[in-house]
Each structure stands twice: as C-alpha cells, then as structure tokens.
Design a protein around this ligand. Structure first.
Ligand SMILES: Cc1cc2nc3c(=O)[nH]c(=O)nc-3n(C[C@H](O)[C@H](O)[C@H](O)COP(=O)(O)O)c2cc1C
Length: 227
C-alpha cells in the first residue's frame, strides 16, 4: 500500500473547470490524486488543505521548543509544537507527496511557507553536525519518497530559460526545501498564463494535465512493485 500526502495551498477553495474563479492548482492536484486512486483504489490519501486552514507561522514559543530535545520539553513546549509535529508525521508517513502551489508575488503562498517552516525540524527531518564538511543531514532520505509540485502562475516565462526565470522563487525554493529534508525525486508541472486567459491558458492547462497523466503512467507501475 502506498501512502499519498495531498496538499493544497491556493486561497481559492474551488477547482478551475468546476467552479467560477476556481483554482488551477486544486484542479491539478485533484487530477493527480483521482488518477492515482483510479489505478490503486486501496492506497491511502491524507489531505491537508493549507489554503483554507493555514498553519500558524513560527512564533516565539515555537523556536525554543523545537530546539529543546523532546524528552526535556515542558507541556507548554509540547503544545507549542503540536501542529508542527502533526505536519511532520504526515510527511514522514508519505511515500508520494502531491503539492498544489500557486505563485504569489514570485514565491510560494504564505500558508505553504508556514507548512515548510513546520516540517523543517531539527532531529525529525534534518540534523546538523558542524564537524562535517556538509553539516546538514537530511533525515527523510531513509526511504524513497517522491514529490510532485503542481503550480500555476498568472503570467508566463518562469521556467528555466524563460524571460522571468530569475524571478521564480516558488517551485525552485520548494525543491530546495524538499531536498534539504531528503526528498530529491521531485517533478514540477506548471500552468502558465492563468491571468492571460483564453487560448494561452487553455493550451497550458491542457499540456499540464497531459503531463500529469504521463507522470502517473511513469510512477504507478513503480508504486505497484514491492519495496
Ligand atoms: C496574491 C497573488 C499574487 C500573485 N502573484 C503572481 C506573480 O508573482 N506572478 C504571476 O505570474 N502570477 C501571480 N499571481 C497569479 C497566480 O499565480 C495565478 O492566479 C494562479 O493560477 C493561482 O493559483 P490557483 O489558480 O491555484 O489559485 C498572483 C495571484 C495572487 C492572488
């Protein structure tokens, strides 16, 4: 059985194609997860809707709590980390992580950044040893995990080689964070031109949905193999 973690972070609750002003990224994550379950109905999906329920950003009680070894934490410190712990456990349990990520002001939405800040946890998802040449140790590299980042942008040209590639701090940053905790098998599929609309958007959305189908064809047979 494969475990999927399905994350949405668009502030728009509906899906494009079904709801007026619906979210393209929600449409993409839905296409991926329903396509997966159609082939593997017994797999388990955990759903985290950051767009409608953003995690609390890092706060003054969170920081000393996260850096206090678990056995020495006070009840208040455990409480300060409860939400972050839940986010970490969901990620640890997942084999495949499906992340819907709109581009907001050239980066990721603040709700997704709050998730990132919640899952990057010393002793849980990474460790630090200043004696090593590379002091960071990714702790989620202990089992193979895959991630697909399904992103949408209002304008165009944010992919490598594009006119605005240097301004893309969204999927590029998320890829770095996932690698930092040990998830390096990451695919990114983007819709561009959401604010251009018309044929530009329709073509880009069609291409993205086709790429999602191709990725499913690629990943599903591997998921069926025993670990
Ligand atoms: C607050 C906000 C900031 C945005 N910033 C950018 C941006 O920097 N570049 C861009 O191309 N589009 C930008 N957009 C457009 C979104 O990326 C686009 O609407 C995308 O489809 C949103 O994802 P969603 O459809 O899943 O909600 C922005 C939209 C919003 C609401």
């Amino acid at each position: 059985m494969t475990k999927l973690l399905h994350i949405d972070s668009s502030a728009r609750p509906g899906r494009a194609g079904e709801h007026p002003h619906g979210s393209q990224t929600r449409r993409m994550t839905h296409a991926f997860v329903t396509g997966w379950l159609a082939a593997r109905p017994d797999d388990v999906v955990t759903y985290r809707d950051l767009g409608t329920m953003p995690p609390r950003p890092v706060h003054h009680e969170w920081i000393p709590s996260a850096f206090t070894p678990e056995a020495q934490r006070s009840p208040a410190q455990h409480a300060a980390l409860r939400e972050s712990d839940a986010l970490v456990h969901e990620l640890q349990a997942a084999d495949v992580v499906v992340i819907g990520m709109p581009m907001y002001n050239f980066g990721m939405p603040s709700a997704l950044k709050a998730w990132v800040d919640g899952i990057v946890r010393v002793a849980l998802t990474f460790n630090f040893d200043p004696k090593l040449a590379d002091p960071y140790i990714p702790l989620l590299a202990e089992k193979p995990r895959r991630a697909v980042v399904l992103t949408s942008r209002g304008s165009r040209g944010y992919d490598a080689g594009g006119a605005h590639a240097a301004m893309n701090h969204a999927d590029t940053a998320l890829r770095d964070v996932l690698a930092f905790v040990g998830i390096t098998d990451v695919q990114v599929i983007a819709i561009e031109g959401e604010e251009v609309g018309g044929e530009v958007l329709a073509d880009s959305a069609e291409q993205a949905l086709r790429r999602i189908d191709m990725l499913l064809e690629d990943w599903l047979p591997v998921a069926a193999m025993p670990a």
